[in-house]
Design a protein around this ligand. Structure first.
Ligand SMILES: *Cc1c(COP(=O)(O)O)cnc(C)c1O
Length: 375
């Protein structure tokens, strides 16, 4: 037998792991600086580590109380009803639940190019079609309402406004994904632009605002819009600022009008006991989160000022830099023990993405990269 036709499906290309690279190079993992996956350079929140240790002893039980407590705590934090908080196995899990809740087979979604690969992957798993909108390097990757609307299908020719018919098939894509701050460019959408996109797309089009890096940005969260309207949902994750990428914990904030769909699309106990306990503790660990954000702000400035390559202003915990042949530069840098993300797979073969490290890691990365660029 065979699985269904998966030929249009793509494979997620993660940044390479530190053990993997160390083994290949015959180096000690401790001598490597890994700035390739936008992970937290300070490790997990220490409070979360403690909570994980404690939770280990109750790993035999399904996560009933912890799941409800975390949902409630997040609802409080964002001033929404608990039903509006969709816990999931990472932000990626949230994307799956939204696709499950929204897509009929054959309906299309609109994803950014360059952009996060999982939007399209998730839509395809759910029998959806994938269209792209272009974020243009020539335009310094600017993110405006038109960036998206220019490539949105649901508009009549010659009319700048989309068709607005009621019912499902209003011609437009069913889900539009906005990444803000955007990976890998670091740019973000203003809330006005998000609202304009939601206004000018069809009534049955959901705008998903992926705020995986929201804590690093200076603007307000699009959660503000979720209270006012039924066509914007926001994704958040514990993987970045809280340093919990390994436990897989994220959540969506969705409009109250259809929030109950969660019970029909989610895996039973969508987040594990360990993940929920870690998340509860991390939310109270302001020191760790503050240190992480402040260091990222410092590192961004350090990269703009000291890297001998053009960079783009970033609102995330990473900076995109134009280095020439990114694959060659990333390989050479890796031989010197510094791992960055070659952006060829994002369609930017001349760029690398450098995660904000600790002060020492960031300085070492800049020094090594400058040497590679000079040679
Ligand atoms: C990291 C990331 C996510 C979420 O990752 P999870 O580890 O699954 O929570 C979502 N979107 C973007 C753009 C990301 O970079």
């Amino acid at each position: 037998m065979e699985p269904r036709d998966l030929s249009s499906h793509t494979v997620y290309q993660a940044g390479r792991g530190i053990e993997e690279v160390a083994r290949d190079l015959g180096l000690d993992p401790d001598d490597l600086v890994k700035l390739a996956s936008n992970e937290n350079p300070f490790g997990p929140s220490p409070a979360a580590v403690e909570a994980i240790r404690e939770a280990a002893g109750s790993a035999n039980s399904y996560p009933k109380a912890s799941h409800a407590d975390l949902t409630e705590k997040l609802a409080d934090r964002w001033s929404v009803a608990p039903e509006q908080v969709w816990l999931a196995n990472g932000g990626d899990g949230v994307l799956d639940y939204l696709a499950r809740a929204m897509l009929e087979p054959g309906e299309a979604v609109l994803v950014p190019d360059p952009g996060f690969a999982y939007y399209g992957m998730s839509a395809r798993y759910h029998h959806g079609e994938v269209q792209e909108y272009q974020i243009s390097k020539a335009d310094d990757f600017a993110l405006a309402a038109e960036t998206v609307l220019d490539d949105y299908e649901g508009r009549e020719s010659g009319d700048s406004r989309p068709r607005r018919t009621s019912g499902k098939s209003d011609g437009g894509e069913r889900i539009v994904y906005l990444t803000s701050p955007h990976n890998p460019t670091g740019k973000r959408f203003d809330l006005d632009a998000v609202a304009e996109i939601a206004d000018r797309t069809g009534e049955e089009t959901l705008v998903v605002v992926d705020e995986a890096y929201g804590e690093f940005a200076d603007g307000p969260s699009a959660v503000e819009l979720v209270g006012e309207r039924d066509d914007v949902a926001v994704l958040r994750t514990f993987s970045k600022v809280y340093g919990l990428a390994g436990v897989r914990l994220g959540y969506g904030i969705v409009p109250e009008a259809w929030a109950d769909a969660y019970t029909r699309v989610s895996t039973p106990f969508a987040a594990s006991e360990i993940a929920c306990r870690a998340g509860l503790a991390a939310l109270d660990d302001d020191d760790h989160a503050r240190k992480t954000v402040e260091t990222a702000e410092w590192a961004r400035e350090y990269l703009y000022e000291n890297l001998d390559a053009p960079t783009w202003e970033s609102h995330g915990n990473f900076v995109l830099a134009e280095v020439g042949d990114a694959s060659e530069v990333a390989d050479e840098l890796q031989r010197r023990g510094v791992i960055v993300r070659d952006c060829t797979s994002f369609g930017l073969p001349e760029c690398v993405r450098i995660t904000c490290g600790t002060e020492a890691e960031t300085k070492r990365a800049v020094a090594e990269l400058n040497e590679v660029l000079a040679s």
